[in-house]
Design a binder for this molecule. Sequence first.
Ligand SMILES: *Cc1c(COP(=O)(O)O)cnc(C)c1O
Length: 411
Amino acid sequence: MSTLLSRAEELDADDPLAHTRKRFLLPDGVTYLDGNSLGPVPVGVPGAMDDAVRGQWGEGLVRSWPDWMRLPLELGDRIGRLLGAGAGNTVVGDSTSVQIFNALASAARLRPGRGVLLTDVDHFPTDQYLADSVGRLLGLTVRRVPAAEFSDHLRVSGGEVAVVACPAVDYRTGQLWDIAEVTAAAHRAGAVVVWDLCHAVGALPLELDAADVDLAVGCTYKYLNGGPGSPAFIYVNPRHQDRLDQPLTGWLGHAEPFSTTGTYRPAPGVARAVIGTPPVLSTVALQAALDVYEDVSMDAVRTKSLSLTGFFMGCVDELLAEWGFAVVTPRRGARRGSQVALRHPDAYGLVQALLRRRVIGDMRPPDLLRFGFNALYLTHREVYAAVRELHAAVAAGEQHDPGLARRSPFG
Ligand SMILES: *Cc1c(COP(=O)(O)O)cnc(C)c1O
């Protein structure tokens, strides 16, 4: 055990991102391994919210609209830097679910005459429900295939596929798919691909322009720490921007928002993806939250993230081997995102026992304990201590303690 602790201390002493932890307001004495569900508060956010309410709204009133209206494109470009996307390819606004609907339907309209929407059988629930709805609306058959089989499936029966919907990182297992490879396979089959980047953005470097990705969406309250309900983003390949025929034709995506003709005419470029009035207060919170990433190299984030997740799995191997845990997340760094899932029949009780020990992770039914690792504020020492707490909890049988409150899967 002490070897693991000294290894953790060595890794922390060498951590080029040690200085970014103080950019967050983290509660004392808590180890936060759930930033992949809701990131913590960046230090600049409370002040920015106060200014947004008292200053921009309170004093500025309606005069603040011109500044607020710039935010969807301005923040889109700032997130674009994390996506490997040039300026003018990304817009912020609305929820991830709304953006998924918009992206799937727009993608299908780029491939009229094709009848299949191919989606990962293990895709996040909202993505699946929306795929079914878009399928019904546009008369597409929704075909569910494991993402691991996408390339083969597209080679054999890709001719009918209009849209491929894929998560970059599986929300349960943490499996990372190869964006460039799947995108190329979709293109060879003549399909367009919609990536869901919820568990990838802010966690690892992305190269959407270079991979020629068609469309991508993601949320900003997980690794990007934008706060509960912060707006999502949509990326649109410049090739598609002026042809994008969105189902959600809001007035702020109109070429002339104050036009009175009653006829929709989309704005040029990615601006048409601004649908209606942005959620300004949460967009302002996101604006301040993104400062955290301003001078950070995503390669450094990735290196540390792999170190944290790799070290976590090493600690699990050493401390928990006899206690019935199985690591579900790929061991190979190139194939994992920034989270680790452990399978255990008592996942539910164990996550609650950990909460009582002030280690916050979460679980996904029926039997996965899920731990997210944000390289900007976690240390290897905390990772080690968290696995020690899990060991202490399971060794004491705390997962069977009837005193543990039943909690929702939100944590
Ligand atoms: C978190 C998450 C969402 C969330 O959608 P909301 O509309 O923000 O609730 C969607 N898709 C994936 C893959 C996610 O991980």
